[in-house]
Every structure is written in structure tokens, then in C-alpha cells.
Unconditional design. Structure first.
Length: 620
């Protein structure tokens, strides 16, 4: 079915629709509710603008609206004789029956009607289907621009269009608007239609460490300047505003908010509802900024108490960069172990230098009754000489607070703009040439509203100044913390350099001692080699002599020395070749060991020249 296009003035209108009454056109629009906002009977927007709203609504439908099961829309309306009463609608048929109930019974619309669109929380779908919303909006002929205030709601992991707040209005009274009247339900066609949205901060229990949440509320309002009929659509993530409206209209102390006997009284009542909404936009910022300031001081107060001297560490004994007295190898090893133990307490010495002074935690106020005395005993106990060390996580926390403060500043500025535009809109109504007497006769109510909104703007402006001041403090403290961390890192590097130099000196002494030991070892090795050679020289002869067990040289008593040349020749014939073979075998083993050692060194040198090979060998 093609979308209904019965917009007067700019779009082509089928001839049959021109012949219909406004009541029949309204019924047609409600029959084709799925095509909202293309089915609006009268609107100043161009067709391509309506088409953009329609297409964007199709895109956002899945994340914006609830499934058909579990939908719920609450109405709070002033009946003709029974006073205010509530009604909960959960289905499309029930909604259509409820909206057309008065018209079918020949009655006019209620003097005042509130429609509440809610969601479980600010980032969840609205608890109504698109068909339910389109049906209600088509029946009430809601301005298409109100959809701009609905789009930020819906299911999302993060807040969307968070900074968006605005004020829109459209007046349809004066000559030429009588044709929009629907007398069957009590609509004169002369209406004030406006919508706006702003944000406020409310307490939240979802996150224990962060008990505040910035939430959005969107308001749509129409007021019939001839009949006094008013309609409200309130869109909010919880039922807090709904409870306040019901409480205000049910209380005997607020009878002026339920006075709808005349058009003037009804108009005055609508102004009070605007005051109620604007009060909400300003009520929580003072305490929220107090919370931000408390978090800010908790994280950064210690930074103001840090005393940074010329040197980071003042050890009980100065660092000795002179090389220690040369000792034996074993005594040097013992001192090296003791030095490593001293290095383990390096970080503790660093912290001793970054001392804290309670007198510098916060400047003492000159007037205790004007400023909170922060440097009290409780704070002094927290700012102790063993104060906490600052880390990069502190900078992250400050950055988070800075973003929250900046977010607060943007939201408050947007609220001031919306409240200012609302005030300007109503303050100029009585000066319009086409304004009816019902508006011009309410100048006192308009003036009271103007005064109230001015006070709200001043309050918001003061909180905005606090937010700007907090932003400056956050920037300064963040820079201070960053400087402290940088200074500590610089001094740490300096101390590490000194310790490294000391370690290098110690290692140099140890290397000298090792060199002496190596020289002594070399001498002992030479001695052992000589002994080995002598042993090898005598080993064959000793071995042969032992085996043969022959008296090669005989000394007899009382006779001359006799030598057995034959035995000596045999002994030497066997011993000398064995000596040659023994020395040759020793030299062969010695030569083979040297060649293998040189080959291993060459392989290591080639691997060192090519790091890639080392990596491949290590990972093989």
C-alpha cells in the first residue's frame, strides 16, 4: 500500500481526500499508522524531510522498539468528571479502542492527557512496538521532528547522540487554521505544539563505585488555545518523571496543576508542568559535581604534598664509585653477592626521597566558614611520610574524570540553551498579533514562569562554572602528576646508571682477579705439562723394566761394575720405540683436541655474525 500523503499546501493531494472531513482524514491516517510520519495531515516540513524521517525510523526500528510481546504504554488523563485516572495498554487493538473511545461515545478528548513511553534503562529498547507508537502519534498528529528526540534511545552498548538536546515548536493559530478543526473530538485546530529534550543526572545503583548516571528525557506537548485541551508525551528511561507527575496531580497541595476548568487555568497548569521538567534538568548537578570533585581530590590530593628535592635519594652512605680493593677470587664473589642484595632495596630508597608533608596537602583556608578545611587530621593521616606512589593508572583515572567533567559541561550548556529557548518562546506569545485572549490574559502566569526559568538558568550557569573550574584543575593536576612520574622515572634512570657504573667497576675488579687466577692456572698447567712429559718419558722404561724383571745393571760387592750390554740393548730396543709411540699418540690426541676447539670457535663466530642463524638454531 502506498504511503498516505495528505499534507496540505506542498504535496499533491488526491481529489477524494480533499472531499473528506478532517475527522475522516484523521481516521485514514490512523488506518495507515505504519506510514508515520508520511501520514501527517498538516505539517510545515517538506516531503523529502518526512521521507528521511520515515527511512531513518525503518533503520532504527530493530534497536529502538520492543517486540510485540511485553509491550506496555501508560496513560494518565483527566476525565470529565472522575479526575485523573491511569490506564495501561499492552496491545494495538486495546490502544485503538482506548484512543477512539471518547469519539465513539460522542465525547470530547480529555482535558489533559499524559502518555508515558519508558524503557527498562537508558540503553534498552522502548517498551512498546513501532505500531503502537505510530498509532498513538498518528492519532495525536505528533510533529515529525519529535522523532529526533527518540532516536538517542534504544538498545546500544554505548550512549548515542549523547550531546543532542534541542527545542522545536510550531504554532497553528490565527487565520487559515480553522480548516484543521475536528469538532467531533474537541480540537479547534489552533494549537501550540512544541517538543524538547534535555538531560539530568540521577543516582544509580548499577555501579557501586560510580553512583551517578546522566539520563535523557524528551517531552512533546500540544495545547489547544481555544478549548484548553493539552496533550503530553513523556519519553524517559525510567518511571521517575511519571511518578512525579502522578504525585503532583494527585496532591491537594498542588491544586493549581489540576485546574482545567477554563482555558486560562489550563494554560497556567501547562506552564507549571514545564517548570517541573526544567527543575529536573537542574536538580542533580550540584551533587554530581561534588562527587567528581571528591574523586578528583582523592586521586590527586597527595600530589600537592609531595616534596621533590634536588636529589631523589639520600642514602645513609654515599654511593662509592671507586673500585674496591683487589682481593682473592672467593672474597670478590662474596662481595658481589652482597652488592646484589643491596640492589634489591633500590626501589625502597627511591620512595624515601618522595616524602610527604601534611602542611602542603591543601592550603589552609583564610575563612573556615567559606571554604572547607581540607588539611585536617584525617587528611594528614592519609598524607603520611609513607604516602602512596603514583602510577600511570592515576593518570587514566584523572583522564576519565576529565572526560566526565567535559561531558557534564556540554550537557549543562545544552540544558541552558533549551531552557532559554523555552522561556523565550512563551515570553513572546502574548505579544503575537494572532495570539488569542486566553494567552494574553495569562501574562502573570507567563511572568512567573519566566522568573522561574531564569532562576533555573542561573543555577545551571553556576554549576557550569564549577564544571569549567574542575576541568582546569583536572588539567593542571594531570600535568603535575605527569611531571612527578617523569621526574621519578628520570631520577630512577639516574640511580640505575650509577648502580650500573658501580656494578661495572666491581665487575672490572672481578675480571682482574679472574685474570690473575687464569695466569696462575696457566703456570700450574705448564708445570703439570712438564710433569706429564717426564712421566711419559719414564713410563715406557719403567713399564718394560717391571715386565722383564731383569737385572740390567748389576752391582756386586767386592767386584767391579758389570754391565750387560745385550740386556741394555734389548731394553733400549723395546723402550725407545714405545716412548716414540707414546709421545706420538699424546701429540695426535692433543692436535685433534686443538683442531676441534678451533672449529667450534669458528662456528660460533659465524653464528654471531649472522643473528638469524642463531634464532633458527634456537628454535629448531
Amino acid at each position: 500500500m502506498p504511503p498516505l500523503n495528505i499534507k496540505l499546501g506542498r504535496a499533491a493531494v488526491p481529489l477524494t481526500l480533499h472531499l473528506l472531513s478532517m475527522m475522516d482524514k484523521l481516521k485514514k491516517a490512523c488506518d495507515w499508522e505504519r506510514d508515520y510520519p508520511l501520514n501527517i495531515i498538516y505539517n510545515d516540513d517538506y516531503h523529502h524531510t518526512l521521507q528521511n524521517y520515515y527511512e531513518r525510523l525503518n533503520v532504527r526500528e530493530k534497536n529502538l522498539f520492543w517486540d510485540k510481546k511485553g509491550c506496555s504504554v501508560d496513560f494518565w488523563e483527566l476525565n470529565h468528571e472522575k479526575g485523573f485516572s491511569s490506564r495501561n495498554i499492552t496491545s494495538i487493538p486495546d490502544l485503538k479502542d482506548f484512543l477512539w473511545e471518547d469519539a465513539n461515545n460522542g465525547k470530547h478528548l480529555p482535558r489533559c492527557r499524559f502518555m508515558f513511553m519508558t524503557s527498562p534503562h537508558s540503553r534498552e529498547r522502548l517498551k512498546l512496538s513501532r505500531d503502537m507508537m505510530s498509532t498513538a502519534f498518528s492519532y495525536h498528529q505528533v510533529l515529525p521532528c519529535f522523532l529526533d528526540f527518540i532516536y538517542p534511545f534504544g538498545k546500544s552498548e554505548w550512549a548515542q547522540d549523547f550531546e543532542y538536546s534541542a527545542f522545536r515548536h510550531q504554532s497553528s493559530f490565527g487565520e487559515g487554521f480553522e480548516s484543521l478543526a475536528i469538532p467531533e473530538i474537541g480540537r479547534s485546530g489552533a494549537e501550540l505544539r512544541l517538543c524538547y529534550s534535555f538531560k539530568s543526572v540521577e543516582t544509580s545503583k548499577s555501579v557501586e563505585e560510580w553512583p551517578w548516571s546522566i539520563r535523557t528525557m524528551a517531552v512533546y506537548h500540544t495545547f489547544d488555545v481555544h478549548t484548553g485541551h493539552s496533550e503530553w508525551i513523556i519519553l524517559k528511561g525510567n518511571n521517575r518523571m511519571k511518578s512525579r507527575i502522578i504525585s503532583a496531580t494527585s496532591s491537594q497541595r498542588m491544586e493549581s496543576m489540576t485546574a482545567f476548568n477554563t482555558v486560562e487555568d489550563a494554560f497556567s497548569s501547562t506552564l507549571k508542568f514545564h517548570n517541573l521538567f526544567c527543575d529536573w534538568s537542574a536538580e542533580g548537578w550540584r551533587w554530581y559535581i561534588n562527587f567528581l570533585e571528591e574523586q578528583f581530590q582523592t586521586i590527586t590530593r597527595q600530589a600537592m604534598a609531595v616534596i621533590v628535592d634536588a636529589h631523589l635519594i639520600e642514602p645513609t652512605q654515599p654511593i662509592n664509585l671507586e673500585p674496591p680493593t683487589p682481593t682473592t677470587f672467593f672474597s670478590s664473589t662474596s662481595k658481589s653477592s652482597s652488592w646484589r642484595t643491596r640492589m634489591s632495596s633500590f626501589n625502597e630508597k627511591i620512595e624515601k626521597k618522595m616524602s610527604y608533608s601534611p602542611t602542603f596537602a591543601r592550603p589552609r583556608p583564610q575563612e573556615p566558614d567559606e571554604y572547607e578545611q581540607i588539611g585536617n587530621e584525617k587528611d594528614c593521616s592519609r598524607v603520611s611520610n609513607d604516602g602512596p606512589a603514583f602510577s600511570f593508572s592515576d593518570l587514566q583515572k584523572i583522564q576519565h574524570l576529565e572526560e566526565k567533567a567535559n561531558e557534564t559541561s556540554l550537557v549543562i550548556e545544552a540544558n541552558i540553551s533549551v531552557v532559554s529557548e523555552l522561556q523565550e518562546y512563551y515570553s513572546t506569545l502574548d505579544s503575537l498579533e494572532d495570539a488569542p485572549l486566553s494567552l494574553k490574559n495569562n501574562r502573570k502566569s507567563l511572568q512567573r514562569m519566566t522568573n522561574r526559568l531564569q532562576l533555573i538558568q542561573k543555577d545551571l550557569q553556576m554549576q557550569l562554572s564549577r564544571a569549567h573550574s574542575l576541568l582546569k584543575l583536572l588539567g593542571n593536576r594531570k600535568a603535575l602528576l605527569y611531571a612527578i612520574l617523569e621526574y621519578r622515572n628520570m631520577e630512577t634512570n639516574r640511580i640505575l646508571t650509577a648502580k650500573t657504573q658501580q656494578s661495572t667497576d666491581n665487575m672490572e675488579v672481578m675480571t682482574g682477579e679472574m685474570h690473575k687466577i687464569a695466569r696462575k692456572t696457566q703456570q700450574e698447567t705448564v708445570s703439570m705439562r712438564i710433569i706429564t712429559l717426564v712421566t711419559l718419558f719414564f713410563l715406557p722404561g719403567t713399564f718394560i723394566s717391571t715386565i722383564m724383571s731383569t737385572d740390567i745393571v748389576r752391582f756386586e760387592q767386592g767386584s767391579d761394575k758389570n754391565v750387560s750390554y745385550g740386556a741394555l740393548t734389548l731394553y733400549l730396543t723395546i723402550t725407545l720405540p714405545l716412548m716414540v709411540v707414546t709421545f706420538a699418540g699424546w701429540y695426535a690426541v692433543y692436535w685433534w683436541a686443538n683442531v676441534k676447539n678451533k672449529s667450534t670457535q669458528l662456528d660460533l663466530q659465524s653464528l654471531i655474525r649472522k643473528p638469524g642463524k642463531i634464532q633458527r638454531v634456537g628454535t629448531a
